[in-house]
Structures are given as C-alpha cells and as structure tokens.
Design a protein around this ligand. Structure first.
Ligand code: SF4
Ligand code: SF4
Length: 302
C-alpha cells in the first residue's frame, strides 16, 4: 500500500512533544476558507508554479511533447481544465532547473516512508518525540496508515495524528488503538455554520471526539483564530463549554500564516484576506481559557 503525501518534514517542533517527523497527507474532507495548506486539499496531484523562482529559460516549454506550455504559468490553467491535453509525462517538471515548476503530491510506499521515519529514531528517543501525521485529513487514509502504525508501534515510535475529525467513524475506529496522541483541530462548533462554511458535518466530529475521549487517549486541541469564522463571541463560548467537558492536555491557539500566501499563488489561487486579530484580543482569549484551568500555548507559524 502507498500513501498520498505532499511533504515529510523532519525536525518538526510544533506537532506534538519532542523532535518529530511530520508527514503531510494529501486530501481533505472539509473546506476551511482560511486553509494554510491548500496543496493538501485535493487528493490528486497538482502542478505548481513559483514565478519568483523562474529564470525564464523556457526549458519547460521546449521539452513538452504536446507543446501546450507556451508559458510556464500555463500549467496552472491546465490543472483547472483537468489537464485535458497534458498526459502527465512530467518532462516539464524534470526539465525545470530551478524547481519553479513542480507537482504537489506523490505516492510513497510503506517501505520508503518507514526508512525516512526511522532516520531520526535516536532524536525521538532522546527528546520524547516521534512521528506526526497531518494533512489534509489523515483519517481519510486510515486503511493505508494501519500497517505503518503497526510497524511504528513495533519499533516503539510515538504516533500523533493531527485531525479535524470530519471523517467517517469507521476510519477513526480502524486506527484509534494505534495512536498515542490526537491533535484535534476545533474550528466551528455550530452545526449550521460548520455545514455552510466548512462543508462539514458537526455530528461526525462530535462522535469521533467522544470515541477518543472514551478511549482515554491523549488530546491536544488546536484552535485557529480566524475572524469572523471561529474568533467570535458565540464560537468562543461554545469552545469553552465543549472543552470543559473533556480531559485535554492543553490548547494551542494560532492565527493563519503568511507563508500560505505563496502556496496559494503557486497554485494560481487567491488567498482570502483575513481580518487582523489584535494582541489584546488574543490575551483576553488566553485569560478566559486559563480561567477554566486550561493550559494555553500560542503558536507562531510565521
Ligand atoms: S507533464 Fe508533459 S505533457 Fe504535461 S505539460 Fe508537462 S511536459 Fe507537457
Ligand atoms: S523550466 Fe523552470 S525556470 Fe525555466 S522557464 Fe520553465 S518554469 Fe521557468
């Protein structure tokens, strides 16, 4: 079996305890308007083009056997047209000397993935770290992950899964016993808004959350502070009520990061502008959470 991934990030410090390797899986079940990893939304491979890395050598146009790349940026239009004329020979990508042109998404075999993950085993042991599966939505590839988790457990490597929990309960059921830590993205806690904004079924989230709690798994909550979607009085009150009922290790809060803008541009998409959240507003949220005895960590991805 193979996994659909976009990236493997070694020496990651923000995705669970210790030094970790984070595997970003391709394909997501929901559509957050503020998504910071747009290359992980579709589960299909996607061309990208970074104009600032292009030296205008035209190598990509010259090697294209069907001559559909008049300009390198054309790959983005081809993607939108479902690559109607492109037969995915990858010659343009392989011919690009600077990496300006590329493809988000690849399939990696269990064996290749394991050999990368095991490279940093000593660091995991020394720092209490391990491997984190993020995305996209890892639960959508539960079948493929099952065997990898089994191998990681045999090697005593800590496993974390970062998930929005918007996936069929059968997916979670398949892997839950193998996972040491769930990093759960809590976004919108109103069913109608979850449906209209995220295209997500809140009942699915709640059912999965309860299952993790019943199994006494370690849980960290991640809360993206996004105006007006998540960072509003009603949603923050719902968040307080919700997490108050569960035993969580701590909550991580963060705003969207500007690094994502470059990724949107590389896909030919426009990143929606976010309203700024003031330092005082963040401080107020931290105080409120600490008042209900929840430890808060403020993440800075910029
Ligand atoms: S993948 Fe091949 S056919 Fe498609 S645009 Fe690139 S060179 Fe042309
Ligand atoms: S091969 Fe790469 S650097 Fe050269 S024109 Fe195409 S995208 Fe730009």
């Amino acid at each position: 079996m193979s996994l659909k991934i976009t990236n493997i990030q070694r020496f990651s410090l923000h995705d669970g305890p210790g030094i970790r390797t984070t595997v970003f899986l391709k394909g997501c079940s929901i559509r957050c308007p503020w998504c910071c990893n747009p290359e992980n939304i579709s589960d299909l491979p996607q061309f990208y083009f970074n104009s600032e890395d292009c030296i205008h050598c035209r190598e990509c146009s010259e090697v294209c056997p069907v001559e559909i790349l008049k300009e390198p940026r054309d790959v983005l239009t081809l993607a939108a047209d479902e690559l109607a004329y492109c037969f995915k020979c990858r010659k343009c990508v392989e011919g690009c000397p600077t990496g300006a042109l590329g493809i988000y998404g690849e399939k990696i075999s269990e064996e290749d993935l394991m050999s990368t993950l095991e490279m940093d085993r000593e660091y995991y042991i020394q720092t209490g770290g391990g491997v984190t599966f993020s995305g996209g939505e890892p639960l959508l590839q539960a079948d493929e992950l099952l065997n990898i988790f089994k191998t990681l457990r045999e090697k005593d490597i800590h496993i974390a899964v970062e998930t929005s929990l918007f996936a069929p309960v059968s997916c979670l059921d398949l892997i839950i016993d193998s996972v040491d830590l769930f990093i759960i993205d809590v976004k919108i806690l109103d069913a109608e808004l979850a449906d209209s904004v995220l295209h997500a079924n809140l009942e699915e989230f709640k059912t999965n959350f309860q299952m993790i709690s019943r199994k006494n798994k370690d849980m960290i909550i991640r809360f993206p502070m996004i105006k007006p979607f998540t960072f509003n009085r009603k949603n923050i009150d719902s968040l307080m009520d919700f997490i108050g009922d569960y035993n969580i290790k701590y909550i991580e809060i963060f705003t969207t990061h500007q690094l994502a803008a470059k990724k949107y541009d590389s896909l030919g998409w426009e990143m929606k502008k976010q309203e700024c959240i003031k330092e005082e507003e963040i401080k107020e949220l931290i105080d409120e959470l600490e008042d209900i005895s929840v430890e808060v960590k403020s993440l800075n991805f910029n």
